[in-house]
Design a protein around this ligand. Structure first.
Ligand code: NAD
Length: 323
């Protein structure tokens, strides 16, 4: 299939592109390279910002694609509260320009990288696709708004979508060729691995939560399982699954303490830990109900056990220091 993939120089986008290419798809990546890495792209790359509509239309004039996979977005919840303009502009205006391009080029399908952040703090666990949506950041709100926009475009034009609501993406390509290289990094696994590597102390925020070991629990999904889910969604969009949303998580959570303990085992490094105060707004537990994705998309996470997650992320971290 001929695919236009936005954000393909970033973490999840580059690993999904790798899998698509391995499966024989033809991929063109669009990325502004603000957070992405040119060397992570091994297919045609168009360097462009989605908010620049004129440039976007000129770059793709006369081209044809069968589907869009839309990863490109700003994704730092904290930063989004300091700079809402940046987030609404890129994630909403940029997304709208992409939809207009799809209309212009008659691209019928889009898979959208959505997030569990649109649920906010859940009232009930596990979180289902129908759980109340009350985002607690501009970032989460921008994703929810774009889901709404997609729904209207699907009603008004020949565009069908699948929203994939990722929980916490983690791990690296199984051959350690690609992985998470965010700057700034905000995710616990790369941060703790970097601390292990540099013999630094690592702070866990809060150990007095109502969880078995007192630390927060989140649903971690290996990036390779996410990549596979995009292939499944592409197939389904050609059939009768259209205009729907799916949670991509394992349905189980791991605690911060379990993560750090596994890092110690996998790396053999005695990572030093300090417990800090709770971070405001951090709920004790979040994990997905993934039954819908399993039943309808055939989603079946294979790499999301904590050991595989940490092993692949560690191999990537070691490689990063040598680049
Ligand atoms: N990483 C996670 O745990 C997670 C969880 C839920 C959802 N998501 C979503 O998945 C997607 C990918 O996440 P990631 O962790 O790979 O992020 P990332 O920052 O590594 O990749 C995003 C890419 O998009 C590009 N980009 C951003 N804005 C752009 C614009 N206006 N025009 C062109 N390119 C632009 C960046 O340069 C970057 O290469 C994002 O939409 C994010 O919101 C990620």
């Amino acid at each position: 299939m001929k695919i236009l993939l936005t954000g393909g120089a970033g973490y999840i986008g580059s690993i999904t592109t790798k899998l698509l290419l391995e499966k024989g798809h033809e991929v063109t990546v669009l990325d502004n390279l603000e957070y992405g890495h040119k060397e992570a792209v091994t297919c045609p790359l168009v360097i462009n910002d989605l908010t620049d509509k004129e440039n976007l239309f000129n770059s793709f004039k006369g081209q044809s694609f069968e589907a869009v996979i839309h990863f490109a977005a700003y994704a730092l919840a904290g930063e989004s509260m300091q700079n809402p303009y940046k987030y609404f502009r890129a994630n909403i205006q940029g997304g709208l320009n992409l939809l207009e391009l799809m209309k212009e080029l008659k691209i019928p399908s889009i898979i959208f990288s959505s997030t569990c952040a649109l649920y906010g703090t859940p009232d009930k666990l596990p979180v289902t696709e129908n759980s109340p949506k009350h985002p607690e950041s501009v970032y989460g709100e921008s994703k929810l708004m774009f889901e709404t926009i997609l729904n209207w475009y699907s009603k008004l034009y020949d565009i069908n979508y699948i929203n994939l609501r990722y929980f916490n993406a983690c791990g690296a390509a199984l051959d350690a060729s690609l992985g998470e290289n965010h700057n700034p990094e905000t995710h616990i696994i790369p941060l703790a691995l970097k601390a292990a590597k540099s013999n630094a102390e690592f702070t866990i925020f809060g150990n007095d939560y109502p969880t078995p070991d007192g630390t927060c629990i989140r649903d971690y999904i290996h990036v390779q399982d996410l990549a596979i889910a995009h292939l499944q969604a592409l197939e389904k969009l050609k059939g009768d699954v259209k205009n729907d949303s799916f949670n991509l998580g394992t349905g189980n959570g791991y605690s911060n303490k379990q993560i750090v303990d596994t890092i110690k085992t996998v790396t053999g490094i005695d990572l030093k830990i300090k417990y800090g105060p709770r971070r405001p707004g951090d709920p004790p537990k979040i994990y997905a109900d993934n039954i819908k994705a399993k039943t309808i998309l055939g989603f079946n996470p294979q790499y999301s056990d904590l050991e595989t997650i940490i092993k692949t992320a560690w191999e990537w971290q070691k490689k990063l220091s040598s680049i």
